[in-house]
Design a binder for this molecule. Structure first.
Ligand SMILES: Cc1cc2nc3c(=O)[nH]c(=O)nc-3n(C[C@H](O)[C@H](O)[C@H](O)COP(=O)(O)OP(=O)(O)OC[C@H]3O[C@@H](n4cnc5c(N)ncnc54)[C@H](O)[C@@H]3O)c2cc1C
Length: 509
């Protein structure tokens, strides 16, 4: 994968682009999840904040429902909603530069995660702990909190957000560009706070973010953000399903979960190790553990120790490899086999849940059943456990809008399909799996002793369906916990006409 450096905006004049123009399809079809398709009246590719202001004001005046897109990686149909009439694509805006006035690194909202990693690394040798997939757009990503490979060591990307520039609409339908910072004296501070985890598509269209570590004082751009790792060691270990039975599977997940319970403190020497245990359905043949360590010279030893502690429960992996790479090389193409998609892409459903403790024996039994049962013919089904916690959990739940500050793992029940005719059986499988996994709390990961809710960057509209969420705890508490009423107040102030909305949007009322 080759990602060009993000150094300047493509000069572009925003015009209405209708269905007859090839650029229309390029914007409409820019969806990682192929499950949804949009049919807007027109799209716009915008090259500046001023163009966003006029594009928004025009759509509002014409009473056309509008939506922003950046990288196209929404897991739900928030952009590809059949009621959306106008899509405003900010992806031409991708400059990354030092802003002396703000004493922070400015990143325009159309840059991708990969473009941002590259610019931060090449210009200043620094990093923001962004997400794991280089194609994700900064526009929709950072506002959702944003976790990634380095979150155990550095926290969330939103923890480094110093300011945000947003195009909002007032009660008379007038659009304007607002800058909101985390400075305590800033009258717009609440709008900044909403962008540290409130989720995309709620308050306005982000055109620019500024990043700076909360404790940075220098004006020197090389010292405003954490230094990028000198190098990283990545690894994959795999076990064959033919060597695994229910007992060894239970031992593997128990050992893995116990390791996470003991190694997820911010001061743990293993906070420098991130792993993803990906359990595919048995018919696919294998279970994979992938990981990346930033433990410097000790990385290989750390990986070996971790893999052999798991192997004590299940036997040595049948295969695997470790590689040392520069941070940038890894960040621009992490685990190529993990993210490889067939031509034309796939439709998918992902159901996210944060865990404060390891899975119980009952839950491990549910995972085993759904990975092995043969009454569901669901080839693309999988269960993932990504390590979490560390530095993320050192921040107070209300310091940012990202309330989840007690989890040690981010789990996901996933499935994907290529043929539309397979949609129903895949949805049936993944929904039944998730419901049984969280059966003790109404079919969803209600925040509490064992679970910590779910991430809005992984939205799942099922949580708002009372037949699938029988917990009595509303979807917004699962995503925002006690921060929701504050987000509602900000929504009322900054989007009084409810211009920016989708199926799981913050409701002002
Ligand atoms: C393969 C893959 C890997 C991922 N990995 C991670 C990860 O490691 N960590 C993580 O935190 N998340 C991850 N995500 C989730 C991702 O962060 C969210 O889906 C994010 O919202 C995507 O932003 P986007 O701009 O690419 O998507 P889009 O589909 O363009 O937009 C997503 C949402 O944000 C809104 N939005 C987009 N641009 C703007 C803007 N400029 N202003 C306001 N709202 C906007 C949209 O209207 C929509 O509601 C991943 C998703 C995928 C598909």
């Amino acid at each position: 994968m080759s990602i060009p450096p993000a150094t300047g905006n493509t000069p572009i004049e925003s015009t209405r682009i209708g269905p007859e123009d090839p650029r229309y399809r390029a914007v409409v079809d820019k969806r990682f999840n192929k499950r949804y398709g949009a049919k807007p009246d027109y799209v716009r590719l915008v090259g500046s904040g001023a163009e966003v202001v006029s594009a928004v004001e025009e759509a509002v005046a014409e009473k056309r429902r509008l939506v922003a897109t950046s990288g196209g990686h929404c897991l739900e149909g928030f952009v590809s909603d059949p009621e959306v009439r106008v899509i405003i694509d900010v992806s031409p805006m991708k400059r990354v530069y030092y802003d002396d006035r703000m004493r922070a690194i400015a990143v325009e909202a159309g840059a991708t995660v990969g473009e941002t990693f590259r610019a931060l690394f090449e210009q200043w040798g620094t990093v923001v702990p962004l997400g794991e997939y280089p194609g994700v757009g900064m526009g929709g990503h950072v506002v959702g909190g944003a976790f990634g490979f380095l979150c155990r060591q550095l926290g969330l990307a939103a923890d480094y957000l110093h300011a945000v520039e947003v195009v909002t609409v007032d009660d008379r339908g007038r659009a304007r560009s607002v800058v909101a910072t985390r400075e305590t004296a800033d009258p717009n501070r609440e709008l900044w706070w909403a962008h540290t985890g409130g989720g995309g598509g709620n308050f306005g269209i982000v055109t620019r973010y500024w990043f700076r570590s909360p404790d940075a004082s220098a004006g020197d751009p090389t010292r405003l953000l954490p230094r990028a790792p000198e190098s990283v060691a990545t690894f994959t270990a795999q076990w064959n399903w033919t060597d695994i039975d229910r007992a060894s599977f239970t031992r593997l997940l128990t050992k893995h979960g116990t390791w996470c319970e003991h190694s997820s403190g911010a001061d743990s020497p293993d906070a420098s190790l991130w792993t993803l245990l990906l359990l595919h359905r048995r018919e696919l043949g294998k279970i994979f553990l992938r990981g990346v360590s930033t433990a410097g010279g000790g990385a290989e030893h750390q990986i070996e120790k971790h893999v052999s502690s798991l192997a004590a429960g299940i036997g040595d992996p049948a295969g695997g490899q470790a590689t040392r790479l520069s941070w940038l090389e890894f960040a621009l193409d992490p685990f190529p086999d993990l993210f490889a998609m067939p031509p034309g892409g796939v439709s998918m459903k992902m159901k996210d849940a944060l865990l404060r403790k390891r899975l119980t024996e009952r839950q491990i039994g549910v995972v085993y059943d759904y990975m092995t049962r043969s009454d569901h013919d669901v080839m693309g089904g999988a269960f993932g456990l990504a390590t979490y916690g560390g530095r993320v959990n050192t921040v107070a739940s209300d310091a940012t809008a990202s309330a989840h500050r007690g989890a040690i793992l981010d789990s996901a029940c996933n499935t994907g399909w290529v043929d539309r005719r397979d949609e129903e059986k895949n949805l049936r499988w993944v929904r039944a799996f998730y419901r049984e996994l969280f059966a003790d709390t109404g079919g969803v990961p209600v925040p509490g002793d064992r679970h910590d809710g779910a991430l809005i960057n992984h939205p799942d509209t099922d949580l708002a369906d009372p037949t699938l969420n029988t917990s009595g705890v509303p979807w917004y508490t699962i995503y925002y916990q006690a921060n929701y009423p504050r987000l509602q107040r900000i929504k009322r102030q900054w989007d009084p006409l409810n211009v920016f909305r989708h199926a799981l949007a913050i409701r002002g009322e």
